[in-house]
Ligand binder design. Structure first.
Ligand code: ZN
Length: 116
């Protein structure tokens, strides 16, 4: 009997980037801008990047110290439009995945270092 391999492609997509990575926008009005990933939204294939794609939001007053008003917050951007910046060599790069001592790591294709 053949065992069916479960495909969770849509449920758990794998991305080349993750939270706290430094990325650069590759397209659109903010091309070339860099920021750190605050959140990855896998189901939408989007990510929220610090300082990128800022939108104004109206905020209700929550307390005396936080009055209502307009705040600027980063909105989600498509992960496909982001390029990873290597934390070791500082270059725009892509990664390959390797297993080292049972640990999956990402290796920078430019400098060959492990990106944590
Ligand atoms: Zn590198």
């Amino acid at each position: 009997m053949l065992r069916k391999r479960k495909v969770n492609k849509d449920k758990r997509p794998r991305f080349h980037i993750k939270k706290n990575d430094l990325v650069e926008v590759n397209t659109g009005e903010e091309k070339g801008r860099r920021g750190r990933i605050l959140e990855v939204i896998p189901e939408k294939q989007q990510a929220i990047v610090e300082g990128i794609n800022l939108v104004k939001k109206h905020q209700r007053a929550r307390s005396q110290t936080k009055p209502s008003g307009i705040v600027t917050v980063p909105a989600a951007i498509r992960i496909a439009n982001l390029v990873l910046i290597c934390s070791k060599c500082g270059k725009k790069t892509s990664v390959r995945k390797e297993k080292i001592e049972d640990r999956k790591v990402r290796i920078c294709k430019k400098c060959g270092e492990i990106i944590e």
